[in-house]
Ligand binder design. Structure first.
Ligand SMILES: Nc1nc2c(c(=O)[nH]1)N[C@H]1C(S)=C(S)[C@@H](COP(=O)(O)OP(=O)(O)OC[C@H]3O[C@@H](n4cnc5c(=O)[nH]c(N)nc54)[C@H](O)[C@@H]3O)O[C@H]1N2
Ligand SMILES: Nc1nc2c(c(=O)[nH]1)N[C@H]1C(S)=C(S)[C@@H](COP(=O)(O)OP(=O)(O)OC[C@H]3O[C@@H](n4cnc5c(=O)[nH]c(N)nc54)[C@H](O)[C@@H]3O)O[C@H]1N2
Ligand code: SF4
Ligand SMILES: [Mo]
Length: 667
C-alpha cells in the first residue's frame, strides 16, 4: 500500500495572495499540489504559474550541488564541488575580505524570490550572520519603497483595508493594478460586490485583462495619477460630499490640502492626465455619491518619479469622503503594515554602524569598495535596472560573487560559487500575505532535491565552518519561528506555532469587518496627515526631453512568470509568446512598424529585442512590455531592464520601472 500524505504549505512568491496549498506526497514524492479549498482567500485555486511548481522542482535544470566557476565570468561554466569544498573556499575568501577591507566590503544582496520569514527577504535569513561579520546593509527598495513611505507619511502605515472587504464596496477603483494577473484571488471579492450592484473602474494606461473585465476603463497617461486624485476630490468638494465630521476629528493639514485640491479642477486634470474632462467629472460625481468606495492600488502604480506622491494622494481620498468608517471603504495597498511579527535580526551584534547599499543601484554602487557580492533569492542581472552596466560590474575579476540559487539564472552565470537552494516544498517557513490578513505555515513536503540546502541551514553551516561562536546563529528553524511569533502584539494573540503547523493558516486576531482607521490613525497625533505643498510630482516622461526617445515605456507584471521566476519553464515561456512590446496604431504607423515584426526597443541605457504588437489597448505615446524574461533566453541576449534607468522615485528611493523613455525601430 503506498503511503499518501497531505502536507499543508504556502506559496513563497512575491505575490499579494500568499496562497495556502496542499501537497499530496506518495512514498516520499510530491505528486500533486493544489490550492487549499478551506483557506478563505485561496479557496482552492493557485494560478497559471504555480500550477507548475512541482514541475519546476523536478526540472532537469535545477542546481543540485555546489558549483565552482571554471570558465570566464558570465560563461556559466562550472564544475561540481562538495559542500565542504564550497564552505572552505567561501570561509577563506570572506575572512580575507573582512581582515583586509572590513566587513562592509561584503554586500548581502537578498531579493524577493521568497517572502518567507525564515528563508526569504521578509525575515531573518542570513542577517544575524551578516551582522556578526559587519557586512554592509542592503536596502530592499526594489518593489514598494516609494509607496510604503508615502503611506507612512499620510496614514502612519502602509496597511489599510482588509482586501476581503471589497465584497462590501459599492464603487471599486482598481487603480494601476492588474488584479487578474498580479494577484487574482481578489477578484472573487470584486465579483461579490458586483453581484450586489458595485461599479468597477480600472485606471491604467494599458487596457489589461483586468481593465477589459471592469465596467469602465480610464486610460490615464503614466505617472499622472496624483493629478487625477486631486481632480476627483475637486468634484467631491464641489458636490459638498466631503465628510466634514471625519475631517475634523481624524485628520490634520486639511486647509492647505483643500487649497491644493481647488487648484486642480477637472479641466486642468484632463490636460495633465490625457483623460477627457467629462470622464474625470463623471468619476468624481460617482465617487462623491457612492459610499463605500474601495480603492485598490498595489505596487505597480508607484514605479514613477512621483510614485510616493501618488500613494499620498490616493490615501487622501477616503479621508475626505469618510470612507474609512464603512466596511468596503478605504484603500487597500498592502496588509504588511498589519503584520507584527518579531523580526529579531540581532542588530546589536554589529560592532559598529555600517553603510547601506541600495538594491536598485547595483549598477552604480557595485564599485571597487565591494569585494564580495552575495546574492540570494534574487536575480539582479535580469530584474534590476540598467542591466548592461550591472553586467560590466559583475565581470570584475577581483569581485567574489556567491549566488544561492535553485536555477542557473542570468545572475548565477556570473558567480564564482553557486550554492544549491531548496524550493518551498523542501524547507519550512512562516509567511504572512501582503494582500490578506492571514499567517501561513509551510511544512516541508519532501526531502531536499540533490544536495540543496535551505537559506537558514546554509548560514548555520557556514557559521560553523567559520568557527563563529554567537549562539543565535545556530537557532533552528522552529526556534526562529517561535521567536517571530513572540512579539506579544494583540493581533498575534492565540496564534501559536503548534496551531499554525496543525491548521496551516490562521487569520490575524483582528475584528471582522476590519475598520483600521474608523477612529483614527497610527500617527503620533492619531490623525491622518494630508500632504502639504505641491502634491503632484510629474513623471520623468513628462519632464525629460522626448526628442530622441519619445515613447513612455511601462513594464508591468507578466501573466505567465512571477518576476523572473518561471522565466525558464518551457511551457510558461511558450505561452508568454516571448518578449513583446505593444504600441498604439498611430505610433506604429509613424515608425512604419507592422504587426508581429521584430523590433529593437532602445534608449541611452541600452536595447532589447521584441515582437511588436499593434493595438488600441495602449494609449498613443505609450509602449508596454513586461518584466520577467531572462536575458539568455531572449533574442539578442538582453531583456527589458536594459532600457530602465537607475533614477530614484521621490520617496524611499523607489524604482522607476514604468517611467522610461524609449524609441522603437524595425530590426
Ligand atoms: N503574474 C504575475 N503576478 C505578479 C508578478 C509577476 O511578475 N507576474 N509580480 C509580483 C510583484 S513582485 C509585484 S510588486 C506585483 C506587481 O503587480 P501590480 O501592482 O499590479 O503592478 P504592475 O504589474 O507593475 O502594474 C500594474 C498596472 O499598472 C499599470 N501602470 C503602469 N504605470 C501606471 C501609472 O502611472 N498609472 C496607472 N494608473 N497605472 C499604471 C500597468 O500598465 C499595469 O497594468 O505583482 C506580483 N504578482
Ligand atoms: N522592468 C521591470 N523590472 C522589474 C519590475 C518591473 O515592474 N519592471 N518589478 C520589480 C519588482 S516589483 C521586483 S519585486 C523585483 C524582483 O526581482 P528579484 O528580487 O531579483 O526576484 P526574481 O527575479 O523573481 O528572482 C528571484 C530568484 O530567487 C530564486 N529563489 C526563490 N526562492 C528562493 C530561496 O528560497 N532561496 C534562494 N536562494 N533562492 C530562491 C529564484 O529561483 C529566482 O531566480 O523585480 C523588479 N524588476
Ligand atoms: S503566485 Fe500568487 S496567485 Fe500564484 S500561487 Fe502564489 S500566491 Fe497564489
Ligand atoms: Mo515586487
Amino acid at each position: 500500500m503506498p503511503r499518501e500524505l497531505q502536507i499543508l504549505g504556502a506559496c513563497p512568491l512575491d505575490c499579494p495572495d500568499t496562497c495556502s496549498w496542499v501537497v499530496t506526497v506518495r512514498d516520499g514524492e510530491a505528486v500533486k499540489m493544489r490550492g487549499n479549498p478551506d483557506q478563505p482567500y485561496t479557496r482552492g485555486a493557485l494560478c497559471v504559474k504555480v500550477n507548475r511548481y512541482l514541475e519546476q522542482t523536478r526540472s532537469p535544470e535545477r542546481v543540485l550541488h555546489p558549483l565552482r566557476r571554471v570558465g570566464p565570468k558570465g560563461s556559466g561554466e562550472f564544475e561540481r564541488i562538495s559542500w565542504d569544498e564550497a564552505l572552505q573556499e567561501i570561509s577563506i575568501r570572506l575572512r580575507a575580505i573582512v581582515d583586509e577591507h572590513g566587513g562592509e566590503a561584503i554586500w548581502p544582496y537578498v531579493g524577493t524570490g521568497s517572502l518567507g520569514y525564515l528563508q526569504g527577504c521578509e525575515g531573518i535569513a542570513g542577517r544575524r550572520f551578516w551582522n556578526v561579520l559587519g557586512a554592509s546593509r542592503h536596502r530592499l527598495n526594489i518593489c514598494a519603497a516609494a509607496g510604503n513611505e508615502g503611506l507612512r507619511q499620510v496614514n502612519g502605515t502602509p496597511g489599510g483595508m482588509d482586501p476581503e472587504d471589497f465584497a462590501h464596496s459599492k464603487l471599486i477603483l482598481l487603480w494601476g493594478t492588474n488584479t487578474l494577473t498580479s494577484g487574482h484571488h481578489l477578484w472573487k471579492f470584486v465579483q461579490e460586490a458586483r453581484a450586489a450592484g458595485a461599479h468597477v473602474v480600472a485606471i491604467d494606461p494599458v487596457r489589461t485583462r483586468t481593465a477589459e473585465q471592469a465596467d469602465e476603463h480610464l486610460p490615464i497617461r503614466p505617472g499622472t495619477d496624483t493629478a487625477l486624485a486631486l481632480g476627483l476630490l475637486h468634484v467631491v468638494l464641489a458636490e459638498g460630499a466631503q465628510d466634514d465630521d471625519y475631517l475634523a476629528r481624524h485628520t490634520e493639514g486639511w486647509e492647505s490640502f483643500r487649497e491644493e485640491i481647488l487648484r486642480h479642477p477637472p479641466a486642468r486634470v484632463a490636460e495633465i492626465t490625457g483623460l477627457p474632462e467629462e470622464d474625470v467629472r463623471a468619476l468624481g460625481l460617482r465617487l462623491a455619491r457612492t459610499r463605500p468606495t474601495g480603492i485598490r492600488a498595489t505596487m505597480g502604480i508607484q514605479r514613477h518619479a512621483g510614485g510616493g506622491a501618488t500613494l499620498r494622494a490616493l490615501a487622501a481620498i477616503p479621508a475626505v469622503t469618510g470612507d474609512w468608517r464603512h466596511p468596503g471603504g478605504g484603500l487597500a495597498y498592502s496588509t504588511s503594515g498589519h503584520i507584527h511579527l518579531d523580526i529579531d535580526t540581532r542588530d546589536d551584534l554589529l560592532a559598529r554602524p555600517v553603510r547601506t547599499l541600495t538594491m536598485t543601484r547595483l549598477a552604480s554602487e557595485l564599485d571597487e569598495s565591494v569585494k564580495c557580492l552575495w546574492v540570494y533569492a534574487a536575480n539582479p542581472m535580469a530584474s534590476s535596472p540598467d542591466q548592461n552596466r550591472i553586467r560590466e560590474k559583475l565581470l570584475r575579476e577581483d569581485l567574489f560573487t556567491v549566488v544561492m540559487e535553485q536555477f542557473p539564472t542570468d545572475t548565477a552565470d556570473y558567480a564564482d560559487i553557486v550554492l544549491p537552494a531548496t524550493m518551498q516544498t523542501e524547507h519550512m517557513d512562516l509567511h504572512a500575505g501582503y494582500g490578506h490578513m492571514y499567517l501561513l505555515w509551510n511544512e516541508p513536503a519532501t526531502a531536499p532535491a540533490g544536495e540543496c540546502l535551505s537559506t537558514t541551514e546554509t548560514f548555520r553551516r557556514l557559521a560553523r565552518h567559520m568557527g563563529l561562536t554567537e549562539p543565535s546563529l545556530y537557532d533552528s528553524d522552529l526556534e526562529l519561528a517561535e521567536q517571530l511569533l513572540s512579539s506579544g502584539h494583540p493581533s498575534l494573540e492565540g496564534i501559536t506555532l503548534d496551531r499554525l503547523r496543525k491548521e496551516g493558516w490562521v487569520r490575524l486576531n483582528v475584528p471582522r469587518p476590519f475598520l483600521p482607521f474608523a477612529e483614527g490613525f497610527p500617527t503620533p497625533s492619531g490623525r491622518l496627515r494630508f500632504p502639504q505643498g505641491p502634491a503632484y510630482v510629474p513623471p520623468h516622461t513628462a519632464t525629460a526631453s522626448r526628442e530622441r526617445y519619445p515613447l513612455a515605456l511601462v513594464t508591468p507584471a507578466p501573466h505567465t512568470f512571477l518576476n523572473t521566476t518561471f522565466g525558464n519553464n518551457p511551457e510558461l515561456l511558450r505561452r508568454s509568446g516571448g518578449p513583446r512590446v505593444t504600441v498604439n496604431p498611430q505610433d506604429a504607423a509613424a515608425r512604419g512598424l507592422a504587426a508581429g515584426q521584430r523590433v529593437r526597443v532602445f534608449n541611452e541605457h541600452g536595447a532589447f529585442e521584441a515582437e511588436v504588437e499593434i493595438s488600441e489597448r495602449v494609449r498613443p505615446g505609450v509602449a508596454a512590455s513586461t518584466k520577467g524574461h531572462w536575458r539568455k533566453l531572449s533574442p539578442g541576449g538582453a531583456a527589458v531592464n536594459a532600457v530602465v534607468g537607475e533614477r530614484d522615485a521621490d520617496l524611499g528611493r523607489g524604482a522607476v520601472y514604468h517611467d522610461n523613455l524609449v524609441e522603437i525601430a524595425p530590426l
